[in-house]
Unconditional design. Structure first.
Lengths: 502, 153
């Protein structure tokens, strides 16, 4: 326990430096700003703003990126409540009751409860991370290559189970991503793979170009034909102060949401999305007035908002402690760290203690900043929403282009941006999601490395993956997940969940 | 049926990508054996796996969840053109022209674009991007590129 306190103090010390506070603030502000804008999801946001953090120290850049991440969550919730336009998927649950509350003139109270709930959940999640991360890293250090291989495999398979749409296509996208991740120089042998004599490819395909292309640019190509939505919400914001009754009613949902989010957030592919759905379902079940849900029930906002913020924060755990991204956004964070020359993983907690704990502490500070910031600034965000998409689109396109250019200093990477944009657009038209692609892209090389080493240790014996106990458990879980997702009952339930999502 | 056709194409795309990587690995890279894996081993396996996935997807088709919207070729073309222009023009022409004209091209991607707002938007965004990247972050990119400077001289 003393360890936790000591670590948090180290973290606070790092996070409270003036420059880090500033970056936290800028990150949170930028994140909210972009989170509010329609048509730009949080993954595209982080991909776009990643080049900006390139020039900062690793600690500062991760702090800023984390700020952008939960900032975009707040921004997404704001538009979900005010305009029924969820900025991103996990806010879509908030929109269900939040927008109804707004139409009843209770927008201010909904926003306030969402912000307070998120803050409380964030605090809880920060404590969870502080307690769990170090022991988890210690455990992970005992993992050999076979265990690491099986862990990554489990993570990948689970993320397809929790993803949108066809599992088969998701798995195909993962493999495709891994293949593109093979482009470059093979670490073991130094051999060039798939470089076709192009010097810019010897270091592989730049992650910024690939992710911005497949998420950001492809999204603009999808939205370019979209008509600007006519009716923008007429929600007027009266009072931002929730009544005592509101606060009392929210205690339960917020508490439950925090716990649900903290646990589900660590699951690969889970993050905030699953948490908010779960929380909504539970609140509806536990409520004394379930018929209110869908018509403006406060618990329908308080619970999911807390859950999704807690989930967003705890989804950092696998990334920071194990080096394994639980979803593509985390994969981008890993990319950001690698650009800075830091390999996230169990060793990072010891070697980069001030970075690790500094980021954790700044997440808590960032949450506090967001509560203070957002409520007064709501009016500003609302007016931003009135910008027609035809003006946003060129901004996003060119900002992505110059961003890629500055990270790699090569026009080649900007051309790659176009290529992956077209690829992402095409694959989306064919019914494939880009997220698993990015996961595969980032995890392909580590997976290969672990596979190789495991086989060297075992002298070519493939059964090593099931004879080593921990690895066997992980493989077993992978099989369970695969089986479960092919069962018709689960397939129907998944379709139900995603249909509710819109 | 549109649905069956979409999954057929999707499957074929995956088969193509998978085979491309697999064949290149087979002929171009040392494969090795499980005990000492060559650089071609993993890509070969992955490529074959992807081709198999592609075949399954093509064979079993499912109806699409959402209605198919028409392809916005106009928009896609202009977006691609805008970024490509920037990529090629950035060095010879410098940040200012490449950003300005790139943004202008992109501004015409949405159908509702009109000249004057597009020009203003391009000017504002160019100024903003130069402000952030060249001035604030002090990146060493010339605002007017060498080729253009030579021309003007």
């Amino acid at each position: 326990m003393m360890d936790v306190v000591a670590n948090l103090s180290l973290g606070l010390g790092t996070a409270l430096s003036l420059s880090n506070l500033t970056y936290c603030f800028i990150g949170a502000l930028l994140g909210t700003f972009i989170g509010v804008l329609p048509g730009i999801g949080p993954t595209a946001t982080i991909a776009m703003l990643l080049p900006l953090t390139y020039y900062l120290s690793p600690t500062a850049s991760l702090i800023m990126l984390a700020g952008i991440y939960y900032g975009s969550q707040y921004g997404g919730s704001t538009t979900a409540i005010l305009m029924n336009l969820p900025g991103e998927v996990s806010s879509s649950v908030t929109a269900i009751d939040g927008y109804q509350m707004a139409r009843q003139g209770k927008a201010g109270r909904a926003l306030a409860i969402a912000a307070i709930g998120s803050f409380v959940a964030g605090t809880f999640a920060t404590l969870v991370i502080a307690i769990v991360a170090a022991p988890l890293a210690v455990l992970a250090l005992k993992f050999g290559p076979a265990e690491n291989f099986s862990l990554i495999l489990l993570g990948l398979v689970t993320s397809t189970a929790l993803a949108h749409g066809s599992i088969l296509k998701a798995m195909a996208m993962i493999v495709a991503g891994m293949l593109f991740g093979m482009v470059g120089t093979d670490v073991d042998s130094g051999q060039f793979r798939y470089t076709f004599g192009i010097p810019e490819l010897t270091d592989g395909l730049g992650i910024v170009a690939v992710s911005l292309g497949i998420f950001g640019l492809a999204e603009t190509m999808r939205n370019v034909e979209a008509q600007d939505s006519g009716e923008l919400g007429t929600a007027k914001i009266t009072s931002l102060i929730p009544s005592r009754q509101d606060l009392v009613e929210s205690v339960g949902p917020i508490a439950r949401g925090s716990v649900i989010g903290s646990i589900l957030g660590t699951l690969p592919g889970g993050g905030s999305i699953l948490s908010s759905f779960f929380s909504y379902a539970i609140e509806k079940r536990l409520s004394k007035t379930p018929e209110q849900f869908g018509k403006g029930a406060l618990a329908g906002v308080a619970g999911p908002e807390s859950a999704n913020n807690a989930g967003a924060q705890t989804s950092f755990i696998p990334m920071l402690a194990l080096g394994i991204p639980s979803h593509p956004l985390m994969a981008l964070m890993i990319g950001a760290l690698m650009i800075q020359g830091i390999a996230p993983g169990p060793n990072m907690i010891k070697e980069q203690a001030s970075l690790f704990w500094g980021v954790i502490a700044s997440m808590w500070i960032g949450n506090a900043m967001l509560v203070i910031l957002n409520l007064p600034l709501v009016g500003l965000w609302v007016s931003l929403l009135k910008i027609p998409y035809r003006f946003l689109l060129p901004a996003v396109v060119m900002f992505s282009a110059i961003g890629v250019y500055t990270v790699s200093n090569a026009s080649f990477d900007v051309i790659l941006l176009v290529v992956f944009g077209l690829l992402g657009y095409g694959l989306h038209r064919l019914g494939c999601e880009p997220a698993p692609f990015l996961m595969g892209f980032v995890l392909g090389a580590p997976l290969e490395e672990h596979l190789r080493r495991a086989l060297v240790f075992s002298n070519g014996d493939f059964t090593t993956f099931v004879t080593q106990p921990i690895s066997a458990v992980l493989i077993g879980l992978t099989a369970v997940v695969l089986l479960a997702t092919s069962l018709p009952a689960i397939t129907r339930r998944r379709e139900q969940i995603f249909a509710e999502e819109g | 049926m549109a649905a069956a056709k979409r999954d057929l194409v999707c499957g074929l795309v995956f088969i193509a990508i998978g085979l491309f990587f697999a064949v290149r690995a087979w002929i171009g890279l040392p494969i090795g054996s499980p005990v000492s894996m060559g650089p071609g081993f993993f890509p070969l396996v992955l490529g074959l796996v992807l081709a198999v996935f592609g075949a399954v997807i093509a064979a079993a088709s499912a109806p699409p969840v959402e209605a198919l919207q028409p392809v916005g070729w106009h928009g896609i073309l202009l977006i691609s053109l805008a970024v490509s222009f920037f990529a090629l023009a950035a060095q010879p022409l410098g940040m200012l022209p490449s950003l300005f004209f790139g943004t202008l091209i992109a501004a015409f991607a949405p159908r509702q674009a009109r000249l004057r707002p597009a020009l203003m938007l391009s000017a504002v965004l160019t100024a903003f991007n130069i402000g952030v990247f060249v001035l604030a972050l002090r990146l060493p990119y010339p605002i007017i590129g060498e080729w253009l400077r030579e021309l003007v001289r």
